[in-house]
Design a protein around this ligand. Sequence first.
Ligand SMILES: *Cc1c(COP(=O)(O)O)cnc(C)c1O
Length: 362
Amino acid sequence: MPRPILATIHTAALRHNLARCRARAPDARVWAIVKANAYGHGIERAFEGLRAADGFALLDLEEAQRVRALGWRGPILLLEGVFELRDLELCSRLGLWHTVHCNEQIGMLASHKTNVPHRVFLKMNSGMNRLGFTPERYRSAWTRLNALPQVDEISLITHFSDADGERGVASQMAVFASVTRDLPGERSVCNSAATLRHSEFASDWVRPGIAIYGSAPDFGQHSAAEWDLQPAMTMAARIIATQDLAPGDSVGYGSTFVAKDAMRIGIVACGYADGYPRVCPSGTPVLIDGLRGCTVGRVSMDMLVVDLTALPQAGFGTEVTLWGRASNGAVLSIDEVAHCAGTVGYELMCALAPRVPVLVEA
Ligand SMILES: *Cc1c(COP(=O)(O)O)cnc(C)c1O
């Protein structure tokens, strides 16, 4: 028997979450963001749940090829554009749309030999200071692109740094709107947080990623449940041993947890080599047989430990849900676990380890 650990991808949850994003921006088309192998869910596994999207956006040409191999004939957008001239050949061949964020990419397009002009998304750096032309240089970049025979339609794109927080999107949006005011072309500005929180800026294409996977982009202000998002990934394992502790007994490496009273613990077949964060402290929530409980002691490579003192019915073989949905329907949001690890749901889902078997639930 394989180790009793399993990740489940919930197709119905992906479908539901995508519909929630669409409902926030009913007049926009929706890019399903599937970079980083669909945020760890697996492009092939997530595809069925996301096929109602209007397009798929990602980073790697290899991922774009995989989406085409699934039979997707609709739009695919490369969010960082191409990295070298050769990449443009594949864009022509597969009909990929691509971001243009720097002069080097304009240069590559100018020397690309193609009969099929490309649909491009010209990126503005409106304040994030990662990718894109500054507002001052944006219009001249547009003019140079527009003069190239290799370029078909030019769409306009920018990315928000604070859509999930207090600063919001107003100042970036004002810069983008004023620089692009009289330029033709479709617009795309909203990630998940902006789609949910600032849907008045939805424009032509929204770009939700994390929300379609059922994690709240602004956890701390809103939970996934408050946004009516459902977990698209469950990480669950079983108890493979129990121990009875006397007061003063310690648990795990470094003896960081010491029992104050007599207690019973369960050893769970999930550790940091499966993608569960080692930094999660004692007290991180779990669902034991669908009931809320918590971890004790350090997470090790292949195991972690949970407190069974209040759950006498739990023992060898009991299901422990690390995040997602338990068999009884109870939900533990990945955001809660991520918060205990000092990080965000994105990082946990992307870190699902290759050794964990994955089941796709219809
Ligand atoms: C990753 C990404 C998104 C999606 O962001 P979420 O916070 O996951 O919704 C949108 N746009 C761009 C350019 C991205 O790189």
